[in-house]
Design a protein around this ligand. Structure first.
Ligand code: SF4
Length: 386
């Protein structure tokens, strides 16, 4: 049997990394740069060169501008970036004449301005992901975020006036944040009715200013404390009309993020810009995480790093691991025929042990993690890799 290698509904997505941030958030360990004019010019020139060097086998169905802070670009720079991306071609057609069905841009509340939103609307952007993190001034201050709750709400209202779909990012289990304060954040989120809510558990990154500034609450272990926040979130948002469709993600009906679903389903995506990762043509690779190295690499024949060929076997394991992050789980028979690998047989002892321990629920060919299983999803994923 020949593997299908792609799910029936998987497609090509495009991720563009915009690595500029006005300042460093205290907890952030991601690669980003201050928005110096010289670097922005080099970045925009590099994006144009990178896109011109690629001919894709099919046009991306989704685009995601992430960062960094994509919204920090001026309207002129944003127009230039978008024009380069829209020139991407499959050899016959370009994205400019065949717009994606979903195009998301991450914005920090302080970067939301009317002229930018107007341009984004004209470009065909469909969805804004707003990095609110919290509505609580103390929590925002703890995180080192520069916006106020009022600024976040005004930004949200302005985005809504332009009729974009909106995701809001919220963060929980932040040192000094109480469960009551998190409950208020969730209530506020329900009040403003976004289309989508992404909830992230604060993780204590090493070697960040945050690491030095704060120590976690000692009365509970981090795991015990996180559990209370997870339980609250997983109960409250579905009770208020949001579908819990992935460990961290909730959506109103029909508003799930297609771009992210495609990555969890092991579809294909190409990454443009420094530090962007790709999974394309049975290979996983990433661009150098430095504007200078990335720009310089564009003149090489193979500008990528960490090039990993993907086999049906490795893709099947990843599709299983990432598919189990989705609340509905996966259909083992479909995955087995997609990759021509008998996954039931390959993982029989592990699936049996997870079921015995009530971490996994099996209903015919469908498997999904139970709530205790979802809480242990990272370690369960590692079990599939062993
Ligand atoms: S805006 Fe995002 S990427 Fe930039 S420093 Fe803050 S957390 Fe990191």
């Amino acid at each position: 049997m020949k593997p299908q290698e792609k799910a029936e509904d998987s497609f090509l997505g495009l991720y563009c990394h915009v690595p500029f941030c006005p300042h460093r958030c205290a907890y952030c360990a991601f690669y980003h740069e201050p928005p110096k004019r010289e670097w922005i010019d080099r970045y925009l020139d590099g994006i144009q060169k990178e896109v011109a060097s690629i001919t894709v086998h099919s046009l991306p169905k989704t685009i995601f501008f992430g960062g960094g802070t994509p919204g920090i670009l001026s309207t002129k720079d944003f127009q230039s970036l978008s024009s380069s991306i829209l020139s991407l071609s499959d050899g016959h057609k370009s994205l400019g004449t065949n717009r994606p069905v979903e195009w998301t841009v991450e914005m920090a509340p302080s970067t939301v301005k009317e002229d930018k939103l107007l341009l984004m609307k004209e470009l065909g952007i469909t969805r804004i992901s707003l990095g609110i993190q919290s509505f609580n001034p103390h929590t925002l201050n703890t995180l080192g975020r520069r916006h106020s709750a009022k600024q976040a709400l005004l930004a949200y209202e302005l985005i809504r006036e332009f009729a974009f779909d909106v995701n809001i990012d919220l963060m929980f289990a932040i040192p000094s944040q109480t469960l009551e304060s998190w409950s208020s954040d969730l209530q506020k989120a329900i009040e403003i009715q976004p289309d989508h809510i992404s909830t992230y558990c604060f993780t204590h990154e090493e070697n960040t200013p945050f690491d030095l500034k704060l120590s976690p609450d000692k009365s509970l272990s981090k795991e015990e404390s996180d559990l209370l926040f997870y339980e609250k979130t997983w109960d409250y948002l579905p009770e208020n009309g949001f579908i819990h469709y992935e460990i961290s993600n909730f959506a109103r009906p029909g508003k799930q993020c297609l771009h992210n679903l495609n990555t969890w389903d092991m579809g294909e995506w190409i990454g443009i810009g420094p530090a962007a990762a790709s999974q394309y043509n049975q290979t996983r690779y990433n661009n150098p995480a430095s504007i200078e190295k990335w720009y310089e690499s564009l003149s090489h024949q193979t500008p990528f790093e960490n090039i990993t060929p993907l086999t049906p076997e490795s893709l099947a394991t990843d599709a299983l691991m990432f598919g189990l992050r989705k609340i509905q789980g996966v259909n083992l028979d479909s995955l087995s025929s997609r990759y021509a690998i008998d996954l039931r047989k390959k993982y029989a002892p592990l699936l049996h042990s997870l079921s015995e321990n009530k971490l996994l629920i099996q209903e015919g060919p469908h498997i999904r993690l139970s709530r205790p299983g979802l809480l242990l999803s990272d370690s369960i994923a590692l079990d599939f890799l062993e």
